[in-house]
Structure formats: C-alpha cells, structure tokens
Design a protein around this ligand. Structure first.
Ligand code: HEM
Length: 401
C-alpha cells in the first residue's frame, strides 16, 4: 500500500523558523519526505537521504528554478545566479570550482588566523564600552565581513557598503517579496560595477589578495569569462559572511540559552572546537539547499518530475536520531558529530574551514573577554521566509572580564 506523504507548506512562517523542530516527529513515521504544497517537489529530511541527494550527480544544481517558480525570470539577480558556481552543473561548475579552490587555499585560510584574532579583540574592545549591544551588528557580522573583505582586498572604507549589498542579496534567498527582489537586483547591479572597477585596479596594480589571484586566472587562462569573474567575487562575499555571522551569532544565542554548556566551555577551552561543530549541527546557518532533477526520477520512493524542486533540509537531517543520539539536545561534549550544514559532494562549501576557524576564534575571544553574557530583553526569534537561519536581532548584555 502506498504511504500517505505529508505536505510542507512554505507559506507557513513556522516551517522557516523551526525547520528541524517541526519535522522532528517525522523520523519515526513510515514516510521519507514531505510534498511541497502548491509548487510540487519534495523536501527530504533524513540524514541518509539528504547526504545521498547531495552526492547524487544525476540531480542538477538548483539553477534559477526557485526564482522562476515565483515568476522572477530576468534581471541582474537572476542573471548573476546563471553564472554562480553554486547554481551550476558540470562542465561549468567543475571549471569554476577548480579555479576558486586553487586560489582559496588552506594556506590562505591559515595565514588569516592572526588577523581573525586581532579583529575579534578589536570588536570585543568596542563592546566592552557598552553594557548592551546588538551582538549580530556589533560582532557576529563584522568579524566575517572584515575578514572576507580583507582576503579579497576590498578597502576598509567600503566594508559597510558590502554589508548593505550582501544583505539585500541574501534577503532574496527564500520567498522574496517584489520590494526585496528589486533591492537584490539593484544590489547586484551596483556591486557588479564596483567589482569591475576594482578588477581594473588590480590589472594596473596587482596585489597579494584573492581578487588579484582571480583576475590572473581570468587573464592568463581565460578560464573565467567576463561575466563569471564579478559573479565569483560577489558569490565569495555573499557566501562568505552572513553564513558565518549566523554561525557566530546563533552559536552565542544557543550558548546563552544553555548556561551549563557555556560554563563547561569557560572551564575547559579545549572543548571550543567541538562546541563549534555542535553549533553547526544544531543551528545550521543555511536551513536547506535545493536540487532539480534533469529528468523524471524516483527519489525516496516518490516520483519527481523534471524541473521540480527537491529541498534538502539540512537543519532536520542534522537532528536525525539514526545518526545523533538525543538529537534535540545541544551538547558541546557530543562525540562523532556528522554535520551536513556545509553540504557534501560536488558543491561542498569552499569556505568551511574559514567558517570553522572564525567560529572557534570568536568563541575563544568572547568567553575570555566577557565574564557574563545574557539576553538583554525577551529571547529573540528567527526570521521567516529566508533560507539563511537568521535571528531578527540579538540584543545582549555583557560584562567585561
Ligand atoms: C557557517 C558558514 C557557512 C555555511 C553554513 C556554508 C554553507 C554552504 C553550503 C550548504 C554550500 C553548498 C550549497 C549546495 O550544495 O547547493 C556552500 C557552498 C559554497 N560556499 Fe559556503 N558556507 C559557509 C561559509 C562560507 C564561506 C566563509 C565561504 C567563503 C569563501 C563560502 C563559500 C562557498 C562557495 C563558493 C560555495 C559554492 C561551492 C560550489 O558550488 O561548488 N561559504 N556553503
């Protein structure tokens, strides 16, 4: 007998705000996916199914399908997605990924560690002067923004402009309203012009930054087209900072909610690396990613038509009881953590080691510099309708050590 499959209604804000919790009672049910209401397609939630789908080369990348479904088929943002490494399939994906992995090397990431400490301490100094802060704004977002801009070679005076543009672009990652789409289009257009001017600069005067390395790849090998070069720089900026803001911000949010765990980290800092991994599992920065089959296929026992979206719920998969014991518990001592938060397979996150490094240094510095960290008002809520797991704000009261 065919199993009745549940429906996932993306119009309900709770499914965005609680992407894991809402599905937690599905794990002991006989079905393996939810049907997405109104647009069709599936949402996978089991760790094994999500992992298999991420590594399945016959499933296409997300392309621009999610945007087409809401009638957003042209303009600067959609054009950018058409040249964006994360949205492409081979052979373009293989070529672009090879190129960015050659310049975004582990050596470059290791070399940036002293600067991460320096920026984290400078931000902590500023916060030490006030008893109440919006932690997202004062620290969580500024640390990764400063670091990714510094790696790319973007002058400091332009950092806050980058923030404004990437915020507008990321706000288009879920179900954007028309005003959000317009803002994302404007941001891509302005950012494209800005990056092109910076590229001309580096041609005249090469530096030791990531941007120069990308420009050289383009000019010497012609492996990166004129559209792909700015698209790649924008993707690195967009992918490289609000995701990590959420790791640091949501991580501290989770620690404040679990004071016993925060106390354990204070008394044994060797636990911090594992705590970062547990934060990445428990509150992944990105709640789901999408795939689109290139032909009708059967997945988790269900027929999916060509072009229908398959959402891979990373947040739910990380809490699969088949993989993690008592998965709804946050536990900085947890062993054998197997996160899917950075994806897996061909599109595995290029910045995972940078994000982990920034998370580790951020928690180390914060726990050293502040002896007390509490919510300064009611517990904040997560925003709905965006695939980035973002708190609406994170007001904290801090006491310097
Ligand atoms: C906590 C922080 C981060 C999280 C949770 C995260 C998550 C992800 C995920 C889930 C994917 C795979 C998307 C898919 O399969 O469709 C991805 C891809 C990617 N990420 Fe990250 N990311 C983070 C930080 C960064 C940073 C710091 C960079 C900086 C360079 C970065 C650059 C990229 C790029 C370029 C891709 C595309 C790779 C490809 O398509 O081959 N990410 N990220």
């Amino acid at each position: 007998m065919e199993t009745e499959w549940p429906t996932v209604d993306l119009a309900r804000p709770e499914i965005w705000r609680e992407p894991a919790g809402l599905l937690s009672d599905w794990f002991d049910k006989p079905f393996s996916a939810g049907r997405i209401a109104s647009t069709g397609g599936l949402m996978l939630f089991r760790h094994a199914d999500v992992e298999r789908a991420l590594c399945d080369g016959t499933l296409g990348a997300m392309g621009t399908r999610a945007f087409e479904q809401i009638g957003w088929t042209q303009g600067p943002f959609v054009e950018w997605m058409r040249h964006n490494v994360v949205a492409l399939d081979p052979p373009d994906h293989t070529r672009l990924r090879g190129l960015v992995s050659r310049v975004f090397t582990p050596r470059r990431v290791n070399q940036i560690a002293p600067e991460v400490y320096q920026v984290a301490h400078a931000l902590a100094d500023q916060m030490a002067d006030s008893t109440e802060v919006d932690f997202y704004e004062s620290f969580a977002q500024r640390l990764p923004l400063t670091i990714i801009c510094s790696m790319l070679g973007i002058p400091e005076v332009d950092h806050s402009q980058m923030q404004t543009w990437t915020e507008a672009i990321n706000a288009a990652s879920g179900i954007p309203r028309v005003s959000a789409r317009e803002a994302a289009d404007d941001a891509i257009e302005s950012m494209g012009l800005y990056v092109k001017a910076l590229v001309s600069d580096r041609r005249r005067q090469p530096k030791s930054d990531l941007l120069t390395a990308l420009v050289e790849s383009h000019d010497h090998d012609e492996r990166l087209s004129a559209e792909e070069l700015p698209a790649m720089v924008i993707q690195i900026l967009v992918a490289g900072h609000e995701t990590t803001r959420n790791l640091i911000g949501n991580g501290l949010f989770t620690l404040v909610r679990h004071p016993d765990q925060m106390a354990d980290l204070r008394s044994d800092s060797s636990l911090i690396e594992n705590a970062v991994e547990e934060v990445i599992r428990y509150e992944p920065s990105l709640i789901w990613v999408a795939r689109v089959p290139k032909q009708p296929i059967e997945i988790a026992g269900q027929e999916v038509q060509e072009g229908e979206l398959i959402l891979l719920n990373l947040a739910a998969a990380n809490r699969d009881p088949q993989v993690h014991k008592e998965p709804q518990n946050f536990d900085v001592h947890r062993q054998g953590i197997r996160v899917l938060s950075f994806g897996m397979g061909a599109h595995f996150c290029i910045g995972a080691s940078l994000a982990r490094l920034e998370g580790r240094i951020a928690f180390e510095v914060l726990l050293n510099r502040f002896s007390e960290i509490h919510f300064s008002g009611p517990e904040p809520q997560f925003a709905a309708y965006t695939a980035l797991r973002t708190l609406e704000a994170l007001p904290l009261s801090l006491r310097a050590a």
